[in-house]
Design a protein around this ligand. Sequence first.
Ligand code: ARG
Length: 468
Amino acid sequence: MAQLWGGRFTEATDRSAYEFNASSSFDKKMYREDIAGSIAHAKMLGKCGIISPDESEKIINGLVKIREDLESDALHITDEYEDIHSFVESVLTSRIGDAGKKLHTGRSRNDQVALDMKLYTRNQIKLTDKSLKDLQKTLFSIIKANTGTYMPGFTHLQKAQPVTLSHHMAAYFEMFIRDRERLKSIFERMNSCPLGSGALAGTTYPLDREYTAKLLLFDRGPTRNSMDSVSDRDYLIEFLSALSIIMMHLSRFCEEIIIWNSNEYRFVEIDDRYSTGSSIMPQKKNPDIAELVRGKTGRVYGSLISLLTTMKGIPLAYDKDMQEDKELSFDAMKTVNDCLREFCGMLSTMSFNSRAMEESAKQGFTNATDAADYLVKKGVPFRDAHSISGRLVLKAIEKGVSLDGLSLSDYKEESDVFEQDIYEAISLQTCVEKRITFGAPSRESMEKIISYYEDYLKKEEEFDKKQL
Ligand code: ARG
């Protein structure tokens, strides 16, 4: 058992209580962040004359070496240490001697862990954003190539009005734009540095918190309240909420892909590389990846609800309950990134059956609204037109045909306003291409949106370059 305290204790911690309390088995994931925070802290202590320049340098070199040894596997974080902070400080002191014991001057593990978790989350936000951008690029190529691929649009999972594959995919592109905006705003809001808040009440040492914040690239400088700093996990809850929304979007997308991939629809075929077979039914090719992504959504929601519940009863300032933030957050972050990667692979290799989509769009009376609109354009009030078109649908169902299978005299029986041009007015092509309002599915409207997306992706690229 290796811990940083013990002076006031006369007995060692019970072995299983020690293990129950320890966090090194999972917080070792944050060793890079812990070391980066300690380097910044040591630099600041040296600059402010709280420790000597020589001590500061020794500590920094020692920390850099520990990081190198961990990266090269020459050093391992073992479970005997209470947490990652104890590990780094113990190894440092055993390597450089007394200077190592000064690293924790003016610092507590409470502000240290608050910093580590923020640094870790910041990187994860960037990673998630990058995965979303990759997915948007895949989507964009499908959107661009399919402005003329007609398919039925659905409401209540009933065929409603025809759209295009391009338009349908663009709906998801929009969701991912919002997801990325959410990530950006969380990143901005959490961009202040808790280091220097001490256990809860700051410290009596003349720390330069502005300086450490700058070293660690926190644009908003140091946090303003030491009690809040050590107990704020809002940014994690916000991130888990953004991750949950991303999963909700992916899950809806997966649900559609599963339906479209079914024998009944055949709108898409998931590539062999992203499907699996059955151990008993030789004919099966199952959409397991899509089902797993849909399934893992529950797991990510679970993390959000867990952390919200953990945080709801915690009095100010730090309490050990907060250690529970890690495993569930790490799990959610990894799950979402795995899902985004696999989903993107599945989508980019999936083939679309444009014939089946178009055939389906021609069935199911997706042009019934257009038949009513035809009458409206010829002066019939919409409510009457709606009813006439409804009666035509009934007639077509009785005859077992689609609306364009009815004869002109069938039409005229319902309204003598109908002329030969009704057939052109309700053709699939007309139904889509006449929908030219901004945001509608016609090629004309989609071209505008496509150039907007093109600019958007370009701007994002420039933004990323600047960040590097
Ligand atoms: N492992 C702890 C956590 O994750 C680190 C902070 C420990 N602070 C303390 N006062 N015991 O929250």
